[in-house]
Design a protein. Structure first.
Length: 90
């Protein structure tokens, strides 16, 4: 059994809301509960006019300590407008 990182989906979500002004966050623990692999959908107005790479750098910088403690991290970053279009199937 893998050792727990102590990182939780809830903790990551709270950090994203606080540090990048996320208006919507969905964090999923893909590691079976041991906190080693996460993916997330992050919606923030701070992503406006930023490239995908710049968005990931912003998120990764905000979660520096958390990312250092886990094995894998996959963020999907959207502006509020992009997220609305995504939800509508566009």
């Amino acid at each position: 059994m893998a050792e727990s990182s102590g990182i939780t989906a809830e903790g990551i979500g709270a950090a994203l809301k606080e540090k990048v002004g996320a208006t919507h966050v969905e964090v999923e623990d893909l590691s079976g509960g041991c906190g080693q692999m996460f993916q997330a959908v992050i919606v923030s107005p701070q992503f406006d006019k930023k490239t995908t790479l710049a968005r990931h750098r912003l998120v990764n910088g905000a979660l520096k300590d958390e990312i250092a403690a886990i094995h894998a991290w996959t963020p999907k970053c959207y502006t509020p407008e992009q997220w609305e279009n995504q939800r509508k199937g566009g």
